[in-house]
Design a protein around this ligand. Structure first.
Ligand SMILES: Nc1nc2c(ncn2[C@@H]2O[C@H](COP(=O)(O)OP(=O)(O)O)[C@@H](O)[C@H]2O)c(=O)[nH]1
Ligand SMILES: [Mg+2]
Length: 259
């Protein structure tokens, strides 16, 4: 199975329509980098000071995977406990989930395990879950990240691999081996990433999509029986992006269908 980011190719939506769509939910403690990670994938950018997500956000991206065009409908949840009760609305019917933690904060790894237990109890049984340890740029040396980046070939975006001086070095609190072992025991995909440095970002999404059995891909509805890229979520975006929560992240709960 190929995992190269070469799998992600630009799409001309005027001439090509996605045949399949996938619902993906992002879960994890607040401030681990979920929104940054999603924006890195969909919009190819990174903002240092991001406002916390309130309720949930929604973004889509259509990409080619092997010989299929896949539209990924991504629900980005807020990590705060007060929004926990909303989470089932977002993982209900999801074929895929990313559960994220911050490698410099052990407590976020423990929270990620809680989310995984909840998903394994309550989400659809065939859901593909990726455990993602983000912010490795804070604790790993630039040379080791560069090495990993070369290994993963994840250098497809324009503003990537712009290594900052790491003034805010923090100690790693979650060992890669420990998280990888937990992921293997729990039948999860596992990655360490940096949204800031664009390390392994595309790889997470392509591997998740590749791991969804074809029979669980949802066909894109085609009104009138003709070709159309209209999705079940009525995404009006013509450039693969639909951020329902606006730039500052207002709440979408109740304003859109997350089913
Ligand atoms: N150093 C570093 N900071 C990151 C990374 N990803 C996100 N951040 C920062 O972490 C903070 C929280 O990010 P955000 O995406 O809002 O987290 P969320 O609450 O999980 O959605 C922001 O200040 C981001 O700039 C990363 O990979 N490395
Ligand atoms: Mg967020």
């Amino acid at each position: 199975m190929s995992t190269s980011t070469d799998d992600i190719q630009p799409i001309n939506e005027r001439t090509e329509s996605a045949q399949h769509q996938l619902k993906l939910v992002l879960l994890g403690e607040s401030a681990v980098g979920k929104t940054s990670f999603l924006h890195r994938f969909v919009k190819a950018n990174f903002t240092d000071k991001r406002e916390p997500t309130v309720g949930a956000g929604f973004l889509t991206k259509t990409f080619r995977l092997d010989d299929r065009l896949i539209k990924l409908n991504c629900w980005d949840t807020a990590g705060q406990e007060r929004f926990h009760s909303l989470a089932p609305m977002y993982y209900r019917g999801a074929q895929t989930a990313i559960v994220m933690y911050d490698v410099t904060k052990q407590a976020t790894f423990e929270k990620a395990k809680d989310w995984i237990r909840e998903l394994q109890r309550q989400a659809p049984p065939h859901i593909v879950i990726a455990l993602v340890g983000n912010k490795v740029d804070l604790c790993d040396s630039v040379s080791s990240i560069q090495q990993q980046n070369n290994d993963s070939q994840d250098n497809s975006h324009d503003d990537t691999l712009n290594f900052p001086e790491n003034e805010e070095h923090q100690d790693r609190q979650v060992a890669k081996e420990e998280a990888a072992k937990y992921a293997a025991e729990s039948a999860l995909l596992f990655f360490e990433t940096s949204a800031r440095l664009n390390m392994n970002v595309d790889k997470v999404f392509t591997e998740i999509a590749q791991n969804v059995p074809t029979e669980y891909l949802t066909p894109v509805r085609q009104p009138g029986g003709n070709k159309s890229s209209t999705s079940l979520l009525n995404n009006r975006s013509s450039n693969n992006i639909d951020l329902s929560n606006g730039a500052s992240g207002s709440r979408v709960a109740g304003s859109g269908c997350a089913c």
